[in-house]
Design a protein around this ligand. Structure first.
Ligand code: ADP
Ligand code: ZN
Ligand code: ZN
Length: 669
C-alpha cells in the first residue's frame, strides 16, 4: 500500500484537517507527526503537521501536493500528536491553534531551515550532590505515594507550606530517571523557576532543563530538540512545557496545583495544564503527582471520592512551627488616625521589630499601580478607559493612568474635565503606593517591589528574588507573584495589606482563592528557625474565610465551600463551558448572543444560562456577552460540545453588520 495522501493541520484558526497528496519522492518519509510545507491559500510554504496518512483521495477532483518534508528531528512524535488532538477536542480549539504550541519554536517562520542532526551526546558522567535525606514522615509519605501509584494514575500530595514537598518531588524524580524515563516538573509561574531550578540542578545537573516563554527562541529550540532526542531527561517548566516532544514520560509533577495560572485564557487553546497533564501522562503510561498546601477544591474532591490517591503531610519540616496569625482591624485605625497610611499600628510594629532583628518582611497587596482609580471629590467624575468599561489605574511613578485591560495609557489630567476642580484624589491603593509609604516610614530599609510593572525585563524577576534571598533587600512588596512557592531563610514577617478586596470579589471561587492566597503568602514566613508572624489587615475581622485562614483550617474551608458548590451547582459537581461572544456594535452583539442562547436552550434546556454581560462589559472596543452552560450528570460532555460547535457555526453564518467573534472556554477558572 502506498499511502499516497496525508491529512494535515495548518497553524491557523480553521476547523479540521486538509488532505494533500504525498509526492513520490516523499513516500515512506512522510508519516503521522511529520512537519511538512504545503501550499495553503496564497502561501506556497505554510508549515503543516501530518496527523494521518492514507489512500483515500479527497472528494472532488483536484488536490494539492506536499512541497517538502522537514528533517525527522523536527517532527513530532505520535504521543504528542495524540495529545494535540485531545487538547483540541476537549478544549474546543482548532487543531492548528494547538499545533502552534507544539511545533519546534521558530519553525513557523517561513523559509526556516532545520539544521542537521548533531552527534548525540553520550551519557554524562557529572558528579552530583546530597539528595537531602528524607525524615521519617517524608519517607512514609514518599512510600505512600509509591504505593498509591500502583493503582492510581494521579496522586494528590496535600502538605502544609514548608513540609518538604519539594524534597519529596526530587526523590520521585530521581526514581524515574534511574528507571530511564523522563520527568516534567511544572510550576505555575516563570518567576518561581529561578529558585527551584537552583535546588534541582544540584541533584540533576545538566540532565534537567528549564522551559518557558521568557527564554530566547534559540534556547527554547534547544530544549525542544534535547527533549525530543532524549538528551534532556527532566524539564522544569510552566504550562507550555506540556507540548514538548517527550519520548517517555514517567512522571509529571504539578507543583502548586491549585494555581489558576495553569489555565490559559488567551489565545486559544484555552487549556488547563493540570488537567491536560493527566491525559499526557496517561498517553505515556506515566503518572501525575499533584502537590499543594491548599489544593483546589476540584482536586481535593477527586481525591476524597477515590478518583485520585491522597497523601497528607501536616507538619513543617524540622518541626518548625506554623506562623502566628494576627488579624489587624483597619476600621479602628481609620477612625483614630484618619487613614493617613494604609498600615495598622500592629503591622508597623511587626515590621519595625523584624528590621531591628535583621530579618526580612514581605508585604502582599494584590493590586499593582498606585491606586485603582482617580476621583473628582467635587462632582464624582472617575476617568475611564475609552476602549474598555473600566477605570484607569493611576501609576504615579510615570505620572500616567493605565488601563489594565488594554494597556492604553494617558496623562493624569490637571483638572476635572467635568467641573474644573483641581483637587483630583486617588482612591484605594496598589503596590506602588505601599512602596511609597513604606519608604517614608522606614527610610533606611532597603525596599523592592515585585509586580507586573517591575518584572517586564527578561531577568528582572529573578534578580529581585536573588537579591531578597541574599539579604540585599529588607522588605519585598508584591502581588500574587510573591505568594507562592518561595523559600527565604530570614523572612519572618508577612503582611497582607487588604484581605477584603480578595474576599469580596464577585466570583464563586472568591472564598477558595482568598483562602489559598492568604495561606500561601503566610506560608512564606518563618520557614527555618524563628517562628514567623503574619498580620492580616481587614475591615471585616469576623469573616468566615479569615477565621479559617487564622486556624490554617483547610479542611473547614473545603467542607464549607464544597457544600455551597453542591447546593448551587458549581464545579466540581458540574462542568462549566462559558461561551464568549464579542462584537463592536452593542445592538448586533445583543441580537447574536440572544439568538445563540435560544438555540442552545432548544437542545440543552435549562442548563444554559444567560446571555449576560461579564464584570467588564467592553474591552478594546469590543462589547462582550457570555453564556454559561452547566454540564451535570444528565448530559454527555461530548454531545454538549457537539451542539455548541454546531450552534456557534450556525450563528457565525448568519448575515450581520461588522465582525462577530465567538469562542468557547471549557472549564473556565
Ligand atoms: P515545601 O515544598 O513543602 O514548601 P520545601 O521542600 O521547600 O517545602 O522544604 C522547606 C525547607 O525545609 C526547605 O528549606 C528545605 O530545604 C528544607 N527541607 C525539607 N526537607 C528536608 C530534608 N529532608 N533535609 C533537609 N532539609 C529539608
Ligand atoms: Zn469634577
Ligand atoms: Zn482599556
Amino acid at each position: 500500500m502506498n499511502k499516497g495522501f496525508a491529512d494535515i493541520i495548518i497553524p491557523v484558526a480553521v476547523g479540521g484537517s486538509f488532505t494533500y497528496g504525498i509526492p513520490v519522492d516523499l513516500l515512506g518519509t512522510v508519516r503521522r507527526g511529520s512537519l511538512v510545507t504545503v501550499p495553503f491559500r496564497q502561501s506556497s510554504d505554510t508549515i503543516g503537521l501530518v496527523i494521518n496518512t492514507h489512500d483515500t483521495p479527497p472528494s472532488g477532483m483536484s488536490f494539492r501536493e506536499i512541497i517538502s518534508c522537514l528533517p525527522e528531528e523536527a517532527s513530532v512524535n505520535e504521543k504528542l500528536v495524540e495529545f494535540i488532538m485531545w487538547v483540541s477536542d476537549y478544549y474546543m480549539a482548532y487543531p492548528g491553534e494547538v499545533m502552534k504550541a507544539a511545533i519546534p519554536p521558530g519553525s513557523e517562520l517561513p523559509g526556516n531551515k532545520v539544521k542537521r542532526r548533531r552527534k548525540q551526546e553520550s551519557g554524562s558522567d557529572e558528579v552530583l550532590t546530597l539528595p537531602a535525606r528524607l525524615n521519617a514522615l517524608q519517607t512514609d509519605v514518599s512510600g505512600a505515594i509509591r504505593n498509591l501509584f500502583k493503582e492510581q494514575e494521579v496522586v494528590l500530595l496535600h502538605g502544609v507550606t514548608s513540609s518538604g514537598k519539594t524534597e519529596i518531588y526530587i526523590h520521585h524524580m530521581q526514581e524515574q530517571l534511574a528507571a530511564g524515563r523522563q520527568v516534567l516538573y511544572m510550576l505555575p509561574e516563570i518567576a518561581l523557576t529561578t529558585q527551584i531550578i537552583e535546588r534541582l540542578r544540584k541533584h540533576f545537573g545538566s540532565s534537567i532543563g528549564v522551559f518557558h516563554s521568557r527564554l530566547t527562541p534559540s534556547a527554547r529550540r534547544e530544549v525542544w530538540k534535547k527533549v525530543s532526542d532524549g538528551t534532556l531527561r527532566a524539564v522544569l517548566g510552566v504550562r507550555s512545557s506540556l507540548f514538548l516532544p517527550f519520548r517517555d514520560l514517567g512522571l509529571i509533577i504539578i507543583d502548586e496545583e491549585h494555581d489558576s495560572s495553569y489555565k490559559q485564557y488567551d489565545p486559544a487553546p484555552r487549556y488547563h495544564a493540570r488537567d491536560a497533564a493527566m491525559i499526557l501522562a496517561r498517553i505515556h503510561g506515566g503518572k501525575t503527582l499533584l502537590g499543594s498546601a491548599t489544593p483546589s477544591l476540584e482536586s481535593y474532591h477527586n481525591a476524597t471520592v477515590g478518583r485520585y490517591g491522597l497523601v497528607e503531610l501536616m507538619t513543617r519540616y524540622g518541626e518548625v512551627m506554623m506562623p502566628e496569625m494576627i488579624i489587624a482591624d483597619t476600621r479602628s485605625t481609620q477612625k483614630s488616625r484618619k487613614g493617613v497610611t494604609h498600615f495598622t499600628p500592629r503591622l508597623l510594629k511587626a515590621i519595625g521589630e523584624a528590621l531591628d532583628n535583621e530579618e526580612q518582611v514581605i508585604l502582599f497587596q494584590n493590586r499593582r499601580g498606585f491606586s485603582p482609580f482617580i476621583m473628582c471629590p467635587d462632582c464624582g467624575w472617575v476617568p475611564q478607559c475609552t476602549n474598555c468599561s473600566v477605570s484607569y489605574t493611576y501609576h504615579k511613578s510615570i505620572g500616567r493612568m493605565i488601563c489594565h485591560y488594554c494597556g492604553k495609557s494617558v496623562r493624569l489630567p490637571a483638572e476635572c474635565p467635568e467641573c474644573g476642580s483641581t483637587s483630583l484624589t486617588t482612591k484605594g491603593f496598589g503596590t506602588e503606593k505601599i512602596e511609597e509609604e513604606i519608604k517614608i516610614m522606614f527610610p533606611s530599609a532597603r525596599v523592592a517591589r515585585m509586580d507586573q510593572d517591575t518584572t517586564r525585563r527578561r531577568n528582572a524577576a529573578s534578580e529581585i528574588l536573588t537579591d531578597f534571598a541574599a539579604g540585599e533587600t529588607d522588605i519585598l512588596i508584591g502581588t500574587q507573584m510573591i505568594s507562592k512557592g518561595l523559600d527565604f531563610e530570614r523572612l519572618t514577617v508577612v503582611g497582607v495589606l487588604d484581605a477584603d478586596n480578595m474576599m469580596h470579589f464577585p466570583d464563586f471561587r472568591a472564598f477558595e482563592r482568598s483562602f489559598q492566597l492568604m495561606a500561601q503568602v503566610s506560608g512564606r514566613a518563618g520557614r527555618r528557625t524563628r517562628r514567623g508572624k503574619v498580620i492580616i489587615q481587614t475591615a471585616d475581622p469576623a469573616h468566615m474565610v479569615l477565621r479559617q485562614v487564622l486556624k490554617n483550617d483547610y479542611q473547614a474551608m473545603c467542607r464549607y465551600q464544597l457544600e455551597e458548590r453542591s447546593l448551587f451547582g458549581y464545579p466540581p459537581f458540574v462542568r462549566i463551558i462559558r461561551i464568549v461572544i464579542r462584537h463592536r456594535d452593542l445592538e448586533e452583539l445583543n441580537i447574536s448572543a440572544s439568538r445563540l442562547a435560544e438555540s442552545l436552550k432548544k437542545h440543552l434546556g435549562s442548563k444554559v444560562l444567560g446571555p449576560e454581560f461579564p464584570l467588564v462589559r467592553q474591552v478594546q472596543k469590543w462589547f462582550i456577552k457570555t453564556i454559561m452552560i452547566k454540564i451535570d450528570n444528565s448530559l454527555s460532555p461530548s454531545r454538549v460540545k457537539e451542539v455548541i460547535r454546531r450552534e456557534i457555526d450556525n450563528e457565525m453564518k448568519r448575515t450581520r453588520q461588522g465582525i462577530l467573534r465567538i469562542h468557547a472556554d471549557v472549564d473556565p477558572q
